[in-house]
Ligand binder design. Sequence first.
Ligand code: F0G
Length: 463
Amino acid sequence: MLMRRRDEYAEPYRVKVVERVKQTTREEREKLIAEAHYNVFSLPSWAVYIDLLTDSGTSAMSDNQWAGMMLGDEAYAGSRNYYNLKDVVREITGYEYVLPVHQGRGAEHVLMASMVRPGDRVLGNMHFDTTEGHILLRGAEPVNCLRAEGLIPEKEAPFKGDIDLVRLEEEITKDPSKVPFILITVTCNNNGGQPVSMENIRKTREIADKYGIPVFFDAARFAENCYFIKDREPGYAHKSVGEIAREMFSYGDGFTMSAKKDALVNIGGLLAFRHEKHYKQAVQWQIPFEGFITYGGLAGRDMEAMARGLREVLDESYLEDRIGQVAYLGELMEKEGIPVVKPPGGHGIYINALPLLPHIPRENFPAQSLVVELYIEGGIRGVELGGCAFGHKDPETGKDVWPELELVRLAIPRRVYSDRHMKLVAQSVARVRDRAKDIKGLRLVEEAPVLRHFTARFERVPG
Ligand code: F0G
């Protein structure tokens, strides 16, 4: 292993600005979560002590990025910040054609609108929720071809984000003309931030070439994926993360990116292409939906911060510290005997709620119950990725259909929390586990027809 042990180094940065956080009492949190109808999306962020709801848009920007904000050239057309951003993207990926967008789903919207037709099938390792949403909105079908062990939480494997290549080719041969492109999500968020190996990416490209199908990346966490390749894949230990990224992107024709993750900014996204023909198709949708091609819904200063963040994220001491912190929280959880998805991914720890709360039936939402109790216990906000987020009612029978996994994600913002925060998180989860038998679960009392987890309302099961 290339990564050092957590106690062999310290953060590769100094803290220059701090934000005070409020600490609430347990009684206050009981009241706040009841008022939020037991849904942490409805909590005001001031009432959260350690906010692990998402790693998206929650990073701390550097002094260099903030200084860049002052250099924002707020021009509608031709901002110098756009050209700088374009140069950085070309340097990292080799792609010529760059469109800024307001965030990741903006890039997905433009890409799907310009390339996906009704009846198409978009193949990938495992599409993120918004990606899936945009594919469905085009009347097309999202198809996940993740290797089987990617969905086994306790299975240790270095690249659980890999595509099952046999399955991929089977899906293509059903009708290659219906596959507008293959989308590889690096790292794979939905199964725990698990990386995809270079070998798998290279072989995906070979298969795609046999059928003349383009390959795109969902590059939200591309640098974290490249660091895992360096750390875990034979032959990459002596390459820089920058070289690894360049090789990875060489197997693709373009990418979508939520810059709110690995570009270390609070807002922004990117869509980029190798070929002019894809770019020209996309521009027609970019302008009406995101804005002119040189700003895409962003201010010049946002593009400057993004350009600088993209350079910073390739710093290997940063990546070691970042991925090391996630792994550290994973170790603490294991020491406490908390069942988590293994190995730890790049951006968070995913707790398996079923073995932790085995007495709570699926219809009483074990993972959501754990999220609520963790908030009450320590003022910590995680997110449910289980029966509420991915379950639904069968339209014919009216019966609940439950997803395979019932997880709670603790996503770690970049450069924000210390290892002492991580200790507190692990201790709080352990305390919830110790009183697990007294937790009765929740009843869903109100839900929206789509993406119900954001606004769902619950009541406590009496007992
Ligand atoms: N792709 C991936 C892999 C993502 O994780 C996300 C967002 C998006 C696309 C969409 O990007 O939010 O900028 O529009 N993930 C966040 C999360 C929301 O919490 O995991 P966006």
